[in-house]
Design a binder for this molecule. Sequence first.
Ligand code: G3H
Ligand code: 13P
Ligand code: ZN
Length: 322
Amino acid sequence: MIVTTAQLYKVAYGKYAIGAYNINNAEQTMGLFRGCMDSQAPFIIQISKGARKYTDKRILEALIRAAEEIFPDAIFAVHLDHGDEQTCYDCIESGFFSSVMIDASHEPFEKNVEITRRVVERAHAKGLSVEAELGMLGGVEEDIVVEEGHACLTDPDEAVEFIKLTGCDSLAAAIGTSHGAYKFKGQQSLHFDVIEKIRDKVAAAGLPPIPIVMHGSSSVPKEEVMRINAAGGQLDPDACGVNPAEYLPAAKLGVTKVNIDTDGRLVWTRVHREYFRDHPKEFDFRPPGKIFMDEYAKFIAEKNRLLGSAGQLEEVRKSIPG
Ligand code: G3H
Ligand code: 13P
Ligand code: ZN
Protein backbone atom coordinates (compact mmCIF):
# COMPACT_ATOMS: atom_id res chain seq x y z
CA MET A 1 0.00 0.00 0.00
CA ILE A 2 1.36 3.39 -0.97
CA VAL A 3 0.98 5.90 1.86
CA THR A 4 2.08 9.48 2.25
CA THR A 5 5.59 10.13 3.45
CA ALA A 6 4.03 12.33 6.16
CA GLN A 7 2.14 9.31 7.55
CA LEU A 8 5.38 7.36 7.91
CA TYR A 9 7.18 10.31 9.51
CA LYS A 10 4.38 10.79 12.02
CA VAL A 11 4.77 7.27 13.42
CA ALA A 12 8.57 7.09 13.27
CA TYR A 13 9.69 10.57 14.37
CA GLY A 14 12.02 10.46 17.37
CA LYS A 15 11.79 6.65 17.66
CA TYR A 16 13.41 5.11 14.59
CA ALA A 17 14.34 5.98 11.00
CA ILE A 18 12.66 4.89 7.78
CA GLY A 19 15.05 3.46 5.19
CA ALA A 20 14.86 5.32 1.87
CA TYR A 21 16.21 3.06 -0.85
CA ASN A 22 16.83 3.97 -4.49
CA ILE A 23 15.59 1.65 -7.20
CA ASN A 24 16.52 1.40 -10.88
CA ASN A 25 15.40 -2.04 -12.02
CA ALA A 26 13.27 -5.14 -11.37
CA GLU A 27 15.87 -7.03 -9.33
CA GLN A 28 16.36 -4.14 -6.90
CA THR A 29 12.59 -3.70 -6.62
CA MET A 30 11.98 -7.39 -5.83
CA GLY A 31 14.87 -7.53 -3.34
CA LEU A 32 13.69 -4.35 -1.64
CA PHE A 33 10.10 -5.52 -1.17
CA ARG A 34 11.21 -8.98 -0.02
CA GLY A 35 13.71 -7.51 2.45
CA CYS A 36 11.10 -5.15 3.88
CA MET A 37 8.52 -7.92 4.21
CA ASP A 38 11.07 -10.29 5.78
CA SER A 39 11.93 -7.59 8.34
CA GLN A 40 8.33 -6.30 8.62
CA ALA A 41 9.40 -2.73 7.99
CA PRO A 42 7.78 0.32 6.39
CA PHE A 43 10.03 1.95 3.78
CA ILE A 44 10.45 4.71 1.24
CA ILE A 45 11.25 3.98 -2.40
CA GLN A 46 13.39 6.71 -3.92
CA ILE A 47 13.59 7.48 -7.61
CA SER A 48 16.40 9.72 -8.82
CA LYS A 49 16.45 11.73 -12.04
CA GLY A 50 19.09 9.27 -13.30
CA ALA A 51 16.83 6.32 -12.51
CA ARG A 52 13.95 7.93 -14.41
CA LYS A 53 16.19 8.20 -17.46
CA TYR A 54 17.92 4.79 -17.12
CA THR A 55 15.08 2.84 -18.77
CA ASP A 56 11.95 4.97 -18.71
CA LYS A 57 10.09 6.53 -15.78
CA ARG A 58 7.00 4.49 -16.78
CA ILE A 59 8.96 1.27 -16.27
CA LEU A 60 9.72 2.27 -12.67
CA GLU A 61 6.10 3.11 -11.97
CA ALA A 62 4.98 -0.19 -13.49
CA LEU A 63 7.55 -2.10 -11.40
CA ILE A 64 6.32 -0.47 -8.22
CA ARG A 65 2.66 -1.06 -9.08
CA ALA A 66 3.44 -4.73 -9.82
CA ALA A 67 5.41 -5.12 -6.57
CA GLU A 68 2.50 -3.57 -4.68
CA GLU A 69 0.29 -6.39 -6.01
CA ILE A 70 2.88 -9.11 -5.36
CA PHE A 71 3.43 -7.87 -1.79
CA PRO A 72 -0.03 -6.65 -0.69
CA ASP A 73 1.07 -6.24 2.94
CA ALA A 74 3.91 -3.83 2.17
CA ILE A 75 3.52 -0.23 3.38
CA PHE A 76 5.69 2.33 1.64
CA ALA A 77 5.94 5.83 0.18
CA VAL A 78 7.29 6.84 -3.24
CA HIS A 79 9.69 9.78 -3.27
CA LEU A 80 11.61 11.79 -5.87
CA ASP A 81 15.28 11.92 -4.86
CA HIS A 82 17.33 15.08 -5.61
CA GLY A 83 14.81 16.73 -7.91
CA ASP A 84 15.17 19.96 -9.82
CA GLU A 85 12.15 22.26 -10.10
CA GLN A 86 10.80 20.83 -13.37
CA THR A 87 11.20 17.20 -12.30
CA CYS A 88 9.42 18.02 -9.04
CA TYR A 89 6.47 19.43 -10.99
CA ASP A 90 6.40 16.41 -13.27
CA CYS A 91 6.26 14.08 -10.26
CA ILE A 92 3.71 16.23 -8.41
CA GLU A 93 1.40 16.16 -11.45
CA SER A 94 1.89 12.41 -12.03
CA GLY A 95 -0.38 11.46 -9.13
CA PHE A 96 2.01 8.61 -8.28
CA PHE A 97 4.48 10.19 -5.84
CA SER A 98 4.01 10.61 -2.09
CA SER A 99 6.68 13.31 -1.79
CA VAL A 100 9.41 15.11 -3.71
CA MET A 101 12.83 16.43 -2.85
CA ILE A 102 13.76 19.80 -4.28
CA ASP A 103 17.52 20.09 -4.19
CA ALA A 104 18.47 23.72 -4.65
CA SER A 105 21.18 23.59 -1.98
CA HIS A 106 23.84 24.64 -4.50
CA GLU A 107 22.03 28.00 -4.87
CA PRO A 108 22.54 30.98 -2.55
CA PHE A 109 20.19 30.95 0.47
CA GLU A 110 17.62 33.40 -0.98
CA LYS A 111 17.40 31.55 -4.31
CA ASN A 112 17.14 28.19 -2.54
CA VAL A 113 14.24 29.62 -0.48
CA GLU A 114 12.53 31.05 -3.58
CA ILE A 115 12.68 27.78 -5.56
CA THR A 116 11.76 25.60 -2.59
CA ARG A 117 8.81 27.85 -1.74
CA ARG A 118 7.40 27.49 -5.27
CA VAL A 119 7.71 23.70 -5.16
CA VAL A 120 6.11 23.55 -1.69
CA GLU A 121 3.08 25.52 -2.94
CA ARG A 122 2.55 23.21 -5.91
CA ALA A 123 3.15 20.05 -3.87
CA HIS A 124 0.93 20.99 -0.94
CA ALA A 125 -1.91 21.85 -3.31
CA LYS A 126 -1.81 18.18 -4.40
CA GLY A 127 -1.27 16.70 -0.92
CA LEU A 128 2.42 15.82 -1.36
CA SER A 129 5.11 16.74 1.13
CA VAL A 130 8.44 18.32 0.26
CA GLU A 131 11.98 17.56 1.38
CA ALA A 132 14.37 20.46 0.87
CA GLU A 133 18.11 20.68 1.32
CA LEU A 134 20.15 23.27 3.15
CA GLY A 135 23.93 23.04 3.49
CA MET A 136 26.25 21.15 1.19
CA LEU A 137 27.07 17.51 1.75
CA GLY A 138 30.75 16.80 1.39
CA GLY A 139 33.56 14.54 2.43
CA VAL A 140 34.90 15.67 5.76
CA GLU A 141 38.50 14.73 6.43
CA GLU A 142 39.23 13.25 9.82
CA ASP A 143 42.19 15.53 10.53
CA ILE A 144 40.62 18.77 9.29
CA VAL A 145 40.37 21.62 11.80
CA VAL A 146 36.90 21.96 13.28
CA GLU A 147 36.07 25.33 11.68
CA GLU A 148 36.86 24.06 8.22
CA GLY A 149 35.18 20.75 8.93
CA HIS A 150 31.98 22.60 9.80
CA ALA A 151 32.18 24.80 6.70
CA CYS A 152 29.61 22.89 4.67
CA LEU A 153 27.45 21.63 7.52
CA THR A 154 23.93 23.00 7.88
CA ASP A 155 23.79 26.10 10.07
CA PRO A 156 21.01 25.47 12.65
CA ASP A 157 19.93 29.16 12.78
CA GLU A 158 19.72 29.29 9.00
CA ALA A 159 17.78 26.02 9.08
CA VAL A 160 15.07 27.57 11.28
CA GLU A 161 14.85 30.57 8.95
CA PHE A 162 14.72 28.27 5.92
CA ILE A 163 11.92 26.13 7.37
CA LYS A 164 9.88 29.24 8.27
CA LEU A 165 10.33 30.83 4.85
CA THR A 166 9.76 27.74 2.72
CA GLY A 167 7.21 25.68 4.66
CA CYS A 168 9.12 22.52 3.72
CA ASP A 169 8.03 19.32 5.50
CA SER A 170 11.42 17.70 6.06
CA LEU A 171 14.96 18.97 5.95
CA ALA A 172 17.90 17.31 4.24
CA ALA A 173 20.67 18.57 6.48
CA ALA A 174 24.41 18.30 5.98
CA ILE A 175 25.53 16.56 9.15
CA GLY A 176 28.91 15.24 8.02
CA THR A 177 28.04 12.65 5.39
CA SER A 178 28.61 12.66 1.64
CA HIS A 179 27.35 10.63 -1.32
CA GLY A 180 29.12 7.66 -2.86
CA ALA A 181 31.66 5.08 -1.71
CA TYR A 182 34.45 7.47 -0.72
CA LYS A 183 33.01 9.37 2.18
CA PHE A 184 35.87 9.77 4.60
CA LYS A 185 39.38 8.61 5.24
CA GLY A 186 39.28 6.81 8.55
CA GLN A 187 36.23 6.51 10.78
CA GLN A 188 34.13 9.63 11.03
CA SER A 189 31.25 10.36 13.38
CA LEU A 190 28.00 12.09 12.47
CA HIS A 191 27.65 15.65 13.75
CA PHE A 192 25.08 14.89 16.44
CA ASP A 193 25.54 18.41 17.77
CA VAL A 194 24.13 19.87 14.54
CA ILE A 195 21.11 17.52 14.57
CA GLU A 196 20.42 18.39 18.21
CA LYS A 197 20.77 22.14 17.62
CA ILE A 198 18.37 22.06 14.65
CA ARG A 199 15.81 20.16 16.76
CA ASP A 200 16.15 22.53 19.73
CA LYS A 201 16.14 25.75 17.71
CA VAL A 202 13.09 24.61 15.72
CA ALA A 203 11.28 23.98 19.02
CA ALA A 204 12.46 27.30 20.48
CA ALA A 205 11.06 29.10 17.40
CA GLY A 206 7.64 27.56 18.13
CA LEU A 207 7.70 25.43 14.97
CA PRO A 208 6.50 21.81 14.94
CA PRO A 209 9.29 19.19 15.02
CA ILE A 210 10.74 18.67 11.55
CA PRO A 211 12.01 15.28 10.36
CA ILE A 212 15.67 15.49 9.37
CA VAL A 213 16.79 13.53 6.31
CA MET A 214 20.27 12.03 6.24
CA HIS A 215 21.70 11.72 2.74
CA GLY A 216 24.87 9.80 2.02
CA SER A 217 24.06 7.24 4.73
CA SER A 218 25.72 4.16 3.24
CA SER A 219 28.20 2.44 5.54
CA VAL A 220 30.49 1.11 2.76
CA PRO A 221 31.33 -2.15 4.61
CA LYS A 222 35.02 -3.05 4.48
CA GLU A 223 34.22 -6.69 3.82
CA GLU A 224 32.13 -5.78 0.78
CA VAL A 225 34.93 -3.61 -0.65
CA MET A 226 37.50 -6.39 -0.05
CA ARG A 227 35.32 -9.02 -1.73
CA ILE A 228 34.76 -6.77 -4.75
CA ASN A 229 38.48 -6.13 -5.05
CA ALA A 230 39.29 -9.85 -4.63
CA ALA A 231 37.01 -10.47 -7.61
CA GLY A 232 38.72 -7.95 -9.88
CA GLY A 233 37.39 -4.61 -8.61
CA GLN A 234 39.61 -1.65 -7.89
CA LEU A 235 37.76 0.24 -5.19
CA ASP A 236 39.80 2.29 -2.71
CA PRO A 237 40.41 -0.14 0.18
CA ASP A 238 40.31 2.82 2.59
CA ALA A 239 36.77 3.75 1.47
CA CYS A 240 34.62 4.20 4.53
CA GLY A 241 31.05 5.26 5.27
CA VAL A 242 28.68 6.03 8.13
CA ASN A 243 28.99 3.85 11.22
CA PRO A 244 25.67 1.97 11.16
CA ALA A 245 25.61 1.95 14.97
CA GLU A 246 24.95 5.71 14.69
CA TYR A 247 21.70 5.39 12.69
CA LEU A 248 19.50 4.78 15.72
CA PRO A 249 21.00 7.45 18.02
CA ALA A 250 20.53 9.92 15.14
CA ALA A 251 16.94 8.73 14.68
CA LYS A 252 16.18 9.44 18.34
CA LEU A 253 17.25 13.06 17.73
CA GLY A 254 14.94 13.47 14.72
CA VAL A 255 16.70 11.88 11.74
CA THR A 256 13.60 10.15 10.35
CA LYS A 257 14.63 9.28 6.77
CA VAL A 258 17.97 7.63 6.02
CA ASN A 259 19.00 7.50 2.35
CA ILE A 260 20.93 4.44 1.24
CA ASP A 261 21.96 3.71 -2.32
CA THR A 262 25.72 3.08 -2.56
CA ASP A 263 25.69 0.05 -0.21
CA GLY A 264 23.10 -1.62 -2.45
CA ARG A 265 25.28 -0.98 -5.51
CA LEU A 266 28.17 -2.63 -3.66
CA VAL A 267 25.99 -5.72 -3.10
CA TRP A 268 25.21 -5.81 -6.83
CA THR A 269 28.87 -5.42 -7.80
CA ARG A 270 30.11 -8.07 -5.34
CA VAL A 271 27.50 -10.65 -6.43
CA HIS A 272 28.12 -10.16 -10.15
CA ARG A 273 31.93 -9.94 -9.96
CA GLU A 274 32.14 -13.07 -7.80
CA TYR A 275 29.65 -14.96 -9.93
CA PHE A 276 31.39 -14.35 -13.23
CA ARG A 277 34.83 -14.91 -11.67
CA ASP A 278 33.64 -18.31 -10.41
CA HIS A 279 31.67 -19.19 -13.56
CA PRO A 280 33.82 -17.89 -16.43
CA LYS A 281 31.85 -19.87 -19.01
CA GLU A 282 28.48 -18.47 -17.90
CA PHE A 283 26.69 -15.81 -19.92
CA ASP A 284 23.12 -16.11 -18.58
CA PHE A 285 22.45 -13.11 -16.34
CA ARG A 286 19.61 -14.80 -14.47
CA PRO A 287 21.62 -17.01 -12.08
CA PRO A 288 23.56 -14.03 -10.63
CA GLY A 289 20.35 -11.98 -10.82
CA LYS A 290 18.65 -14.53 -8.54
CA ILE A 291 21.58 -14.46 -6.11
CA PHE A 292 21.48 -10.66 -6.15
CA MET A 293 17.77 -10.55 -5.25
CA ASP A 294 18.39 -12.89 -2.29
CA GLU A 295 21.43 -10.94 -1.13
CA TYR A 296 19.70 -7.59 -1.62
CA ALA A 297 16.70 -8.76 0.45
CA LYS A 298 19.07 -9.82 3.27
CA PHE A 299 20.93 -6.51 3.02
CA ILE A 300 17.69 -4.49 3.24
CA ALA A 301 16.41 -6.51 6.21
CA GLU A 302 19.68 -5.91 8.07
CA LYS A 303 19.61 -2.16 7.32
CA ASN A 304 16.04 -1.98 8.61
CA ARG A 305 17.14 -3.72 11.80
CA LEU A 306 19.90 -1.12 12.27
CA LEU A 307 17.49 1.75 11.55
CA GLY A 308 14.98 0.42 14.06
CA SER A 309 12.22 0.18 11.40
CA ALA A 310 12.23 -3.64 11.42
CA GLY A 311 9.17 -5.02 13.18
CA GLN A 312 7.27 -1.70 12.96
CA LEU A 313 4.93 -2.62 10.10
CA GLU A 314 1.88 -3.52 12.22
CA GLU A 315 2.24 -0.36 14.31
CA VAL A 316 2.28 1.69 11.09
CA ARG A 317 -0.71 -0.22 9.70
CA LYS A 318 -2.73 0.56 12.84
CA SER A 319 -1.93 4.26 12.45
CA ILE A 320 -3.31 4.47 8.91
CA PRO A 321 -6.91 5.71 8.82
CA GLY A 322 -9.58 3.61 7.12
O1 G3H B 1 22.14 10.62 -4.13
C1 G3H B 1 22.02 10.07 -5.21
C2 G3H B 1 21.56 8.67 -5.30
O2 G3H B 1 22.58 7.79 -4.87
C3 G3H B 1 21.07 8.38 -6.67
O3 G3H B 1 22.14 8.25 -7.56
O4 G3H B 1 21.58 9.91 -9.34
O5 G3H B 1 23.18 8.00 -9.76
O6 G3H B 1 20.73 7.57 -9.53
P1 G3H B 1 21.89 8.45 -9.15
P1 13P C 1 24.77 6.94 -0.38
O1 13P C 1 25.63 7.33 -1.54
O2 13P C 1 25.53 7.04 0.91
O3 13P C 1 24.14 5.63 -0.52
O4 13P C 1 23.59 8.03 -0.27
C1 13P C 1 22.44 7.93 -1.06
C2 13P C 1 21.61 9.17 -1.05
O5 13P C 1 21.82 10.09 -0.30
C3 13P C 1 20.49 9.23 -2.00
O6 13P C 1 19.84 10.48 -1.95
ZN1 ZN D 1 21.21 12.10 -1.56
